[in-house]
Design a protein around this ligand. Structure first.
Ligand SMILES: [Zn+2]
Length: 432
């Protein structure tokens, strides 16, 4: 091919006539060159599309087959800057609409992002732009009802507004980790923030975010996907699960280079997630620098509203007495009725706690300390005090260690109060 622009070559080859010179340059941008060619040669964009498709022996894009969920797997900014749009995957090959079939570098990138080989087809720039507008709007956001979410989650919201760091969401299966993570992402999701997610199977759609499915069977792993999205420098990266060394290391590096990374770790409590990260090769020092907060969550059974009654002080069980001594008498008790099948419980409530890794805790973490005392999820006692659940249920979910943690937590609080009082009296001294 001569130094002539490929659009001019295609037109000359197919029109077989003397053509007025086309002032096309690679620098002008693909949309501008299309438009220039159409104007100078008096061709409709549709005619030029056919000419180019024919020249490169490609199909013309058929957007009636557009699978928007599939299209959204590539980042919006990449799709817009290269004017490309995945239409559909057939027999595990992706079909990409492009206005520039010579932009082979982007096809390699897309193959990596989508985890499958790609084929291209031709569409005019304006048509791709119009489809991009459709694909990246009208997306659902998670509509999970977090109305009863404990106040500490408001802290998570604040925390996530920070520019870098990482938030680990821990909990057992089915405790709603993914929903909570999406609720947090939805909080910060504005057009100027570039959010990318990597998941085994995308569970929620987030407007404007690029969401990638990993396929572990095909070796398109979390680590590979994460590397691919970090190259595009997102503000926020959400990694569905951290469960291998490569992903853990890469996530930590991403944080240290200024990204906000959210991920879930499947552990029984918040602090176990630290041990888990260390098992995956993240050093205590890196962890203390990279980790901003842990969100720990569990589900407790809710007292049936049809039959729950106020707890009578004389009826307290041994466990409840112990609880009352450390905190306050439990508010309600189980009875059982038809609505709850005689169990006294109906439905589940999340117990969520945000553990911010700051100050003392950060120092302790760096030193490799694993003192759980400060990490009693406040929400457990809150749930008992407000009459949502029972001491028995908390013990079932949290284990017997609950009491010793509550005790340590109280001691810490007393120490803090004493400290504050001391500080106050010192201030008073200065004033008088
Ligand atoms: Zn009931």
């Amino acid at each position: 091919m001569s130094s002539e622009h490929w659009i001019a070559s295609a037109a000359r080859d197919r029109l077989k006539q003397d053509m007025p010179p086309l002032a096309l340059t690679a620098r002008a941008g693909i949309a501008e060159n299309w438009s220039m060619a159409c104007t100078t040669l008096t061709l409709s964009p549709d005619r030029l599309t056919h000419i180019i498709a024919d020249y490169f022996q490609l199909e013309r894009a058929d957007f009636t087959k557009l699978d928007t969920d599939f299209a959204r797997q590539i980042p919006e900014n990449v799709a817009r800057s290269h004017l490309v749009l995945p239409i559909i995957s057939n027999a595990n090959r992706a079909l990409i609409a492009t206005a520039d079939p010579t932009d082979t570098q982007i096809f390699d990138e897309l193959a990596l992002t989508l985890g499958m080989p790609v084929d291209s087809c031709i569409a005019p720039p304006a048509e791709i732009e119009a489809k991009l507008a459709e694909v990246y709007t009208n997306q659902a956001t998670p509509s999970q009802d977090w109305g009863s979410m404990p106040r500490s989650v408001a802290g998570a919201e604040l925390s996530i507004r920070r520019k870098d760091g990482s938030i680990l969401d821990t909990g057992t299966s089915g405790s709603g980790k993914t929903s909570l993570m999406y609720a947090m992402l939805a909080e910060i999701n504005t057009p100027d923030i570039n959010i990318m997610t990597v998941e085994q199977a995308v569970e929620y759609r987030l407007r404007g975010a690029s969401q990638i499915n990993v396929d572990t069977r095909q070796e398109f792993t979390f680590a590979l996907a994460l590397r691919s999205i970090l190259r595009q420098d997102p503000d926020v990266a959400m990694v569905g699960k951290i469960r291998d060394e490569k992903t853990a290391t890469m996530a930590a590096q991403a944080v240290l280079t200024g990204h906000l990374v959210l991920s879930t770790v499947h552990t029984l409590d918040g602090l176990s997630s630290l041990t888990r990260m260390e098992d995956l090769g993240v050093t205590p020092n890196t962890l203390s620098n990279a980790l901003q907060a842990i969100v720990a969550q569990r589900l407790v059974r809710k007292l049936c509203l049809q039959c729950r009654t106020a707890r009578q002080p004389q009826d307290l069980s041994a466990d409840e007495q112990q609880y009352a001594a450390l905190r306050a008498a439990p508010a309600c008790q189980t009875i059982g009725c038809d609505a709850c099948n005689g169990t006294g419980y109906l439905g589940r409530a999340p117990v969520v706690e945000l553990i911010e890794i700051t100050g003392q805790l950060q120092t302790a973490l760096r030193a490799g300390e694993r003192d759980l005392a400060r990490l009693l999820p406040e929400s457990f006692p809150d749930r008992v005090d407000e009459g949502t659940t029972t001491v028995a249920e908390v013990l079932r979910v949290y284990g017997r260690g609950f009491f010793s943690r509550l005790k340590q937590h109280n001691n810490l609080r007393i120490a803090q109060l004493a400290n504050a009082a001391k500080h106050q009296s010192e201030t008073d001294l200065v004033i008088t």
